[in-house]
Design a protein around this ligand. Structure first.
Ligand SMILES: *Cc1c(COP(=O)(O)O)cnc(C)c1O
Length: 367
């Protein structure tokens, strides 16, 4: 008998990322990447990374990046941790705060549904129980959310805000109350916060001891290919995470490029502004075409296509899926989720005005 992986790995359904097509160009509105390139200053940092710095190990604590992030966000460097994409931070948090192999808690992970589908996969890899609480009909947070996580013995909760895949954003007051009521560590996933009106940094600056923010360079900084993210939170939480991460979890190239990109806030803000304007335009155009569109504080919109006569051939198929496929045939990619509550909707990344126009032209042909 060959060696077998642990039973929880054998039974695991792996995370399904959005399509990353090779070859012919497509209009790619499916994985929330930035439609604009990274800051020229970051590219310069890339070109200036000399062979000599590849020969030696990178700064183990990513100190230059931590210093830059501390300055940009007005926190202390000990309140920042750099990770190999925001996704590594998620995994580290589960490693450090959740208990494996206890079927009915304590030590489990709290999430809301629907949400980022990677959270429960990471919990399953760690063999830790998940308490999944259904969001209300408007995709808001139920009143008793913290209580239900507490009752299930959750020691960590992951809340994406602004929310994916709806784009909805909770108020600071709601988040503060949730953190106060929850007994464990609350990770607020701010992967999309660059496109929102407000972030949850005040909670960290106020000194709440159980709130940690996740930030990503993938969406707002045009660096999804680089793999760089970071956490901002209380120093005692970050000290724990630092003990458990790989000694050199971020490489020298990504540290240099991410640091330069983060320092160039003027450039980044210009990009965010363009995306926010394009989001308004796209939302209005979809509404005009009879779509229902949720108000979004992110770089994507969740849109429900108008009800139309279903033909015999499509009678058993949700309409959103048919549109997703027809767009794909026209080399335009959007995201379709085959999940309850989402299977009548399409998640569309906000592109450049030109990309959005291509999408709208295709929809006019289809509808
Ligand atoms: C993109 C994303 C992240 C982080 O992605 P990385 O590319 O690993 O930085 C985290 N949470 C959500 C909800 C995301 O969409």
């Amino acid at each position: 008998m060959p060696a077998q992986p642990r039973p929880n790995i054998q039974s695991l359904s792996a995370y399904t990322p959005g399509e990353q097509p090779a070859g012919q160009p497509v209009t790619k509105l499916n994985t929330n990447e930035s439609p604009y390139p990274v800051s020229p200053k970051a590219l310069q940092a890339l070109h200036e990374t000399a062979a000599e710095s590849l020969r030696v190990y990178p700064p183990p604590l990513a100190q230059p990046f931590r210093a830059a992030a501390a300055e940009v966000h007005a926190v202390r460097p000990e309140q920042v941790i750099a990770t190999n994409g925001g996704d590594e931070l998620l995994r580290l948090l589960i490693t450090c705060y959740c208990t494996p192999g206890v079927p009915a808690g304590p030590g489990g992970l709290g999430v809301t549904v629907p949400s980022y589908s990677l959270y429960p996969v990471l919990a399953a890899i760690h063999d830790t129980p998940v308490c999944a609480v259904r969001r209300d009909d408007a995709f808001g947070l139920p009143e008793d959310l913290a209580e239900r996580w507490n009752d299930a013995g959750c020691t960590l909760a992951m809340l994406v805000n602004p929310h994916a895949p709806t784009g909805r954003c909770e108020t600071l007051d709601t988040l503060r109350k949730l953190a106060d009521a929850f007994n464990g560590l609350l990770m607020i996933d701010e992967a999309y916060v660059d496109f929102a009106e407000q972030d949850a940094l005040p909670l960290v600056r106020e000194g709440l001891c159980n709130v940690l923010l996740l930030r990503s360079m993938s969406k707002g900084y045009g660096l999804a290919g680089l793999r760089f993210g970071y956490g901002i939170g209380p120093a005692h939480v970050l000290a724990a995470l630092d003990k458990a991460r790989d000694s050199y979890n971020t490489d020298i190239v990504s540290q240099r490029v991410a640091t330069a990109a983060l320092r160039d806030q003027a450039y980044a803000r210009g990009v965010w502004q363009k995306v926010i304007e394009a989001r308004s335009g796209l939302t209005a155009a979809l509404l005009e075409r009879g779509f229902a569109v949720l108000d979004s504080q992110t770089n994507f919109v969740l849109a429900t296509p108008p009800e139309a006569e279903r033909t015999a051939a499509s009678a058993d198929k949700p309409r959103a899926e048919a549109i997703y496929r027809a767009l794909k045939d026209r080399r335009i990619l959007v995201r379709y989720f085959d999940h309850p509550r989402l299977d009548d909707k399409l998640r569309i990344t906000v592109g450049t005005p030109e990309q959005n126009a291509l999408l709208l032209d295709a929809l006019d042909e289809l509808l």
